[in-house]
Design a protein around this ligand. Structure first.
Ligand code: DGJ
Length: 719
């Protein structure tokens, strides 16, 4: 039963779900005051009035409370970070909003305002989900003259004044190292993370977590916010001169002021706000539930991921009918359920028809063979670029992203057979977006695709040719893929941008899988998976080639097949080997891993994640997945390089039913006889597993195993 409620008392609103309460106070003039965000409260009467906020001696009276607006609007003596700033044609650049109506309906509180001196309407929305609170607003120009919106962050979230010192946690990244958690203490001033590439990444992920400096993986208060936007975004944490801190987040105003035309409404994207007492692990589980319950398309939300074979790791772009069919036959033998042809099948970027040299009979014979083998068929596309040699470019050179009267910037790739010279399509133009939506829909229909990988391999260059390029591009991209996802509800879409360069929960509304990284070095995966799962559901951790040596060039490291497979099973496993060239022994070995994957994936992919030991702190990582009913758990123990004869410490196993006893079995035990002492074999209660922990052994390099805990029976209070 949902525990969502919206209470009103005098001028106060208290919005609560099972994870957090959020309080605000309506103001006689101006936007509401922020009253509270944190652990669930019961009474709106307890919310503090804005006058109670104190500020430093000698500073202007009321300055502290200015800092506690629900949206920091430029004006008066407020000079801090502005979430919203509008310039009017009469020269006024401040806004004063008066409340018109406050309405609570279902799970949403809507507050409507009118600007005092100009015909501008503002509607703020607060929508409660079971786990998080979503905030966004719409600005409407009800006048006859254009206004310019210079700042348009979606929300301000003042942080609780009871905490003095804050630590900020964010994810920093780049190609092959997409999301590494970073922690910094916040001092007076601003901490800014943002994207200016036109994609949401890869240098930062749109997520910020704030704690008092003592939250750990499993304990401690964490406040967090994430912007649901796949283009340029910005998040700022500000600690001001009166010692209060606030987060602002939304679309990045970089190179993007908005001319709001008469009659136009501009909706800003959602910022989801959450709170937990269960540390960073609790934050992730909250965000994972939000994705499962509220964001993922219903057709893929509760489904396990297929075992996939992708051609990128084996053939690069050098695919052809013969190679693909030979590989697909073997893929079936090892247990694959989906066969994907990656880059190289197409006539050209932009011309999404088969290359007749590589596939003289088109893709139909391949598709038929894959169907006959009983696998789903998937394709790769990079629809946001087109080659200058393509038919599409010949017909529509004006669709390229470029400044007026300038040539578009060309990107040259020479790892794909012939030098590929391409430019970006300008998706900010509606006709381009419409064309792509049709073209992609046709492709799905023609080849009866079960899977489609969207790739994107450049940052925006020369972003001209449309009024709001950065913003409309992201909106149109959303529109294309959410429409495709609605039209083909069972189609699995993979979000890829040179690996994981476009990760945001907005993409999760259409995409059920993400290329976590092109870096499939299994050792690096141990760390990448940690950062990835801070925000994303573990089961979304995809990519083309977990089982493969194709990415060896990244670190020049070879890893055993077993280690590759076990690390791949932390998410959604894919094989990227040229299977037709594998020995019978290798195939048999991979088949065993695929069988194991099918056995463990319901727990990994539909369960809850606990990151028990971090590879950033130890020469091994331990990840645990627990079924929602706590009847089973899997503990992945994955060693990098053990040294000095060290043994791994016992680790606490989380999330089990304390009053139940679990049988423990081990998959993948391959270490010599002497390490068997460390194999847990006697049943253990959930309580003891959480307190005493479990001991297991790892030796040498790349040793790994999976412990499977299965609930035996209820044992009552003695357990
Ligand atoms: C970059 C992607 O991340 C890879 O997985 C692969 O699809 C290549 N592009 C293809 O060009």
């Amino acid at each position: 039963m949902s525990k969502i409620s919206i209470q009103k008392w005098k001028q106060f609103f208290l919005l609560s779900n099972e994870c957090l309460s959020y309080g605000l106070e309506l103001a006689d003039s101006g936007l509401p005051w922020h009253a509270y965000c944190g652990a669930p409260l019961k009474r709106a009467e307890d919310l503090p009035a804005h006058q109670s906020y104190r500020c430093r001696l000698y500073s202007t009276p009321g300055r502290a409370s200015l800092f506690f607006r629900e949206l920091s609007v430029f004006g008066g003596d407020f000079q801090e970070e502005s979430a919203l700033k509008i310039s009017y044609p009469d020269g006024i650049r401040e806004s004063i909003f008066d409340l018109v109506e406050a309405k609570a309906e279902g799970n949403t509180l809507t507050l409507e305002f009118r600007e005092k001196r100009h015909p501008i309407q503002l509607k703020m929305f607060y929508t409660l989900h079971d786990t998080v609170l979503e905030r966004h607003y719409e600005l409407t120009n009800a006048g006859t003259e254009e206004v310019t919106v210079e700042n348009f962050a979606s929300a301000t979230l003042p942080l609780p004044p009871v905490i003095d010192h804050w630590r900020v946690t964010h994810l920093s990244g780049r190609w092959a190292r997409e999301a590494v958690p970073m922690h910094h203490l916040l001092t007076e001033g601003k901490f800014v993370v943002e994207s200016r590439t036109g994609l949401s990444g890869p240098f930062h992920v749109p997520l910020l977590a704030l704690d008092e400096g003592n939250a750990s993986e499993e304990a401690g208060e964490v406040y967090f916010a994430t912007v649901l936007w796949s283009g340029n975004w910005k998040m700022v944490v500000e600690k001001n001169s009166v010692d209060y801190a606030a987060i602002h987040g939304g679309i990045n105003e970089f190179d993007s002021s908005i001319r709001l035309h008469p009659g136009e409404t501009f909706p800003v994207p959602v910022v989801a706000i959450g709170y937990t007492r269960e540390g960073f692990g609790g934050m992730s589980r909250t965000l994972h539930r939000y994705q499962e319950e509220d964001l993922l398309p219903p057709g893929v939300a509760h489904r396990v991921q297929p075992m996939l074979c992708n051609t990128w790791g084996s053939f690069g772009a050098f695919v052809n009918e013969e190679k693909v069919i030979a590989c697909a036959r073997r893929a079936k033998e090892i247990g694959c359920e989906l066969f994907v042809i990656d880059d190289g099948w197409q006539a050209a970027l932009g011309d999404w028809v088969p290359d007749r040299e590589k596939f003289p009979r088109g893709l139909e014979p391949v598709r038929e063979e894959i169907a006959r083998l009983g696998m789903d068929f998937g394709l790769w596309i990079e629809p946001e670029s087109f080659e200058i040699s393509s038919e599409l470019y010949r017909r529509h050179p004006d669709w390229a992203m470029a400044y007026p009267n300038c040539e578009p910037l060309r990107k040259v790739r020479d790892d794909v057979g012939r030098p590929r010279v391409s430019v970006m399509l300008n998706l900010a133009k509606k006709e381009v977006a419409r064309y792509l939506k049709e073209a992609i829909g046709n492709l799905v229909r023609t080849f009866r695709l079960g899977y489609l990988k969207l790739d994107m391999n450049c940052y925006f260059t020369a972003p001209g040719g449309a009024e709001r390029v950065w913003i409309d591009y992201a909106r149109n991209l959303d529109w294309i893929f959410q429409s495709i996802s609605r039209e083909f509800p069972h189609l699995l879409l993979e979000n890829c941008a040179s690996g994981g360069s476009r990760v945001s929960l907005q993409m999760t509304r259409a995409f059920g899988r993400i290329n976590r990284s092109d870096n499939q070095d299994a050792l690096d995966v141990l760390k990448l998976h940690e950062g990835f799962t801070f925000l994303n559901l573990p089961r979304m951790a995809g990519g083309a080639c977990h089982i493969s040596d194709s990415m060896v060039h990244i670190n020049r490291r070879q890893t055993p097949l077993k280690f590759q497979a076990y690390c791949g099973m932390l998410g959604s496993l894919a094989c990227g080997k040229d299977l037709a060239r594998c020995s019978a022994g290798e195939l048999a070995e991979i088949r065993r891993y695929v069988e194991l994957y099918k056995k463990v994936r319901p727990i990994v992919q539909l369960g809850d994640l606990y990151r028990l030991v971090s590879a950033f702190d130890h020469p091994y990582a331990v990840y645990e997945y627990v079924t929602k009913d706590r009847s089973e758990a899997l503990v992945f123990v994955l060693g990098m390089s053990m040294q000095f004869g060290d043994k791994i410490r016992a680790f606490r196993v989380r999330g089990l039913d304390p009053d139940a006893v679990y049988r423990v079995e081990s998959f993948g035990q391959s270490t010599p006889e002497w390490s068997r002492d460390y194999e847990p074999s006697t049943p253990i209660s959930g309580r003891a597993a959480a307190q005493i922990g479990i001991q297991t052994g790892l030796v040498g390099d790349f040793d790994c195993r999976i412990l499977h805990l299965v609930k035996l029976k209820k044992t009552g209070p003695t357990a």
